[in-house]
Write a protein that binds this ligand. Structure first.
Ligand code: DX5
Ligand code: ZN
Length: 214
């Protein structure tokens, strides 16, 4: 699949509705929603209050990426706030399974994610238990970082494992993605590309989304 999820982290929060309407008109497939707590990552983004306008004005599914400690305390509230998919970091929890169950019980899609310094093999036992896995291609915390090239081999590894077992699990890539590497990432087996700077920093964001998908 070739799906694009613009990251709202790079949107203009002073005029969020205009940016959301652009996303609605565009070929984007999801809106990627980055929630940071200042503890799991050294940055704070936003929380529930901004989920309200996003859910109200964005017609694309909200793909929520939690970069927080204790996701088990908050996943249900994000589901209730209109998330279409909720993801959290494997390295932030002891056992992801009960947290995945909380999300599934709400009828919301699940995603498990890892930072670049976590062994990709740790995801293997969960590939048949989630709808999507998210490989970070930068360290979670900030938009506008440089893509880490070692991500390519991890995508191929996970793609092979998913295909060998005939699983429907999607592979999402997040960080440093743009028109310069989208083609290569899809070719390596990625299904969903998150792009913040490359979309909202573009002169023509809708065209940037089209180019990444083509
Ligand atoms: C980083 C976030 C990303 C970020 C991507 O912690 O998870 O989703 O917004 O931004 P770009 O596309 O600018 O690297
Ligand atoms: Zn993200």
């Amino acid at each position: 699949m070739k799906l694009i999820a613009p990251s709202v982290l790079s949107a203009n929060f002073a005029d969020l509705r205009t940016d959301l309407e652009m996303i609605n008109r565009s070929d984007a497939d999801y809106l990627h929603v980055d929630v940071m707590d200042g503890v799991f990552v050294p940055n704070i983004s936003f929380g529930f209050p901004l989920m309200v306008p996003m859910h109200k004005y964005c017609t694309k599914p909200l793909d929520v990426h939690l970069m927080i400690v204790h996701p088990e305390k908050y996943v249900e509230r994000f589901c209730d706030a209109g998330a279409w998919s909720v993801g959290f970091h494997l390295e932030a929890v002891d056992d992801p399974l009960p947290i995945l169950d909380l999300i599934k019980a709400k009828g919301v899609r699940t995603c498990l994610t890892i930072n670049p310094d976590i062994d990709v093999k740790r995801l293997v036992p969960y590939l048949d238990k989630v709808d999507m896995i998210l490989l970070m291609s930068v360290f979670a915390g900030f938009g506008g970082q440089k893509f880490i090239p070692e991500t390519m081999d991890k995508i191929r590894f996970i793609r092979q494992e998913i295909d060998r077992r005939g699983l429907p699990t999607l592979i999402e890539i997040d960080g440093g993605v743009g028109t310069q590497n989208a083609h290569e990432l899809f070719a390596a087996g990625a299904d969903v590309l998150v792009a913040g700077t490359a979309v909202f920093g573009a002169l023509d964001p809708e065209e940037a989304i089209r180019q990444m998908k083509s």
